[in-house]
Design a protein around this ligand. Structure first.
Ligand SMILES: NC(=O)c1ccc[n+]([C@@H]2O[C@H](COP(=O)([O-])OP(=O)(O)OC[C@H]3O[C@@H](n4cnc5c(N)ncnc54)[C@H](O)[C@@H]3O)[C@@H](O)[C@H]2O)c1
Length: 365
């Protein structure tokens, strides 16, 4: 994974086709943090054929993680996304608090709490034990990888890898280059992402929040504004968005949707509506109140809605099932090749390429 000297932002979205790796030799993958996302990332990497070393500092989480990963793998098997027996797959997972076990990993993904200081410390511990060419991915919702590169030994191999929960089912992935990320590392991450069954997007510059979170938080701010200013209730906002945006966005994305439904109307609406939208810089008061009162959502049955513990568990199960269903539905309507305005070509992966097994080569292969 060495070689090129230039760093992103590079001019083109990817290396020339000939230089682009089709499959990447990578046997051992590491994960640090076996929380909600770390567990589903582990399930994804195991299902893709990796041997996975997971580091978890909290003994209680360490104890619970194997059962949780097994349950995710069993779900994938039930949905025919996994060919192997889940118990056999789980044998490729080891969990420890000893960072030294990461020493043979060709890629390590940190998925610890969203805190710059904690993530930087974790990256420091990883860098002390892995070779200089091991790819380091940070699963962060919004922290620019450039900030994580500042105190790193080998910043050129650090990039953001933004997963979507549940990570073993969703096709979503954003690969984010920091200022010092080398393009060849980004290309390797993209190739790996495709081997994991993802349809990755590449961000050549790191902006806080990346693509989806920037758009989603703009939407969340406006949703809070509508509730806070008495226009509509929480349930009414949820219902409208679910039945409008929620119905088309898996099919089209915003630009394709405007193409489908007539562009000039959007232009006219923007003129009048944009000045009226909320652009507050503060965390909404309702959000602060919920968090201060200990609300975490279905995880502790306390959120914007009231839940009994049984209802909260049911929502978790329904969400998992829905994710499998929407994935199957989206696969009936794959992206199609096309050139977008401005000349950017869509990055398409054929369905057959979706879940290729990783060639199992020794480290450095
Ligand atoms: N939950 C999501 O839907 C989602 C989606 C995309 C990205 N992310 C990002 O993924 C990351 C993990 O999120 P999560 O939802 O799995 O969180 P989580 O709270 O479930 O897990 C956090 C993990 O961090 C570990 N941790 C906490 N403090 C630590 C420390 N000081 N040193 C080492 N490890 C420590 C915990 O032991 C745990 O394994 C975050 O950066 C989050 O923003 C989450």
């Amino acid at each position: 994974m060495r070689g090129q000297k230039t760093t992103y932002p590079a001019k083109s979205a990817s290396l020339p086709a000939k230089a682009r790796p089709r499959t990447v030799a990578c046997r051992n993958a590491g994960i640090v943090g076996m929380g909600l996302m770390g567990s589903s990332i582990a399930a994804c990497l195991l299902a893709a054929g990796h041997t996975v070393v997971a580091i978890e500092e909290d003994p209680a989480r360490r104890r619970k993680a194997p059962r949780r990963v097994l349950a995710l793998l069993q779900g994938s098997r039930r949905e025919r996304l996994l060919e192997e027996e889940p118990n056999d797959v789980l044998r490729r997972l080891s969990i420890s608090n000893d960072y030294g076990l990461l020493c043979e990993c060709q890629i390590v993904i940190e998925s610890v709490v969203e805190d710059l200081e904690v993530k930087s410390q974790v990256i420091k511990k990883i860098e002390q034990v892995v070779p200089a060419d091991t790819l380091l991915g940070s699963n962060t919702s919004a922290i620019p990888p450039t900030l994580l590169q500042q105190s790193a030994l080998h910043p050129e191999r650090i990039l953001g890898i933004h997963w979507g929960e549940p990570a073993h089912i969703t096709k979503f992935m954003e690969i984010i280059c920091g200022k010092k990320t080398m393009p060849n590392h980004a290309e390797h991450a993209l190739a790996l992402a495709r081997q994991w069954g993802k349809q990755p997007s590449l961000l050549r510059k790191d902006v806080r929040g990346f693509i989806t979170n920037r758009v989603m938080y703009a939407m969340l701010r406006e949703a809070f504004h509508l509730v806070g200013s008495g226009v509509a209730s929480i349930a009414d906002v949820d219902r409208s968005l679910r039945n409008d945006l929620g119905y088309w966005i898996t099919f089209a994305g915003p630009f394709r949707f405007m193409d489908l439904t007539g562009i000039p109307a959007y232009c006219a609406v923007m003129r009048d509506l944009l000045p009226d939208l909320d652009c507050s810089q503060e965390v909404p008061e309702l959000m602060q109140r919920i968090v201060q009162s200990g609300g975490r959502g279905v995880a502790n049955a306390k959120g914007f809605y009231h839940y009994t513990p049984a209802q909260a568990r049911r929502w978790e199960t329904r969400f998992l099932q829905f994710t499998y269903d929407i994935r199957a539905l989206a696969e009936k309507y794959p992206e199609e090749n096309g050139t977008a305005f401005g000349g950017t070509t869509e990055r398409i992966v054929s369905r057959r390429q979706g879940r290729k097994r990783i060639p199992l080569l020794p480290h450095g292969g």
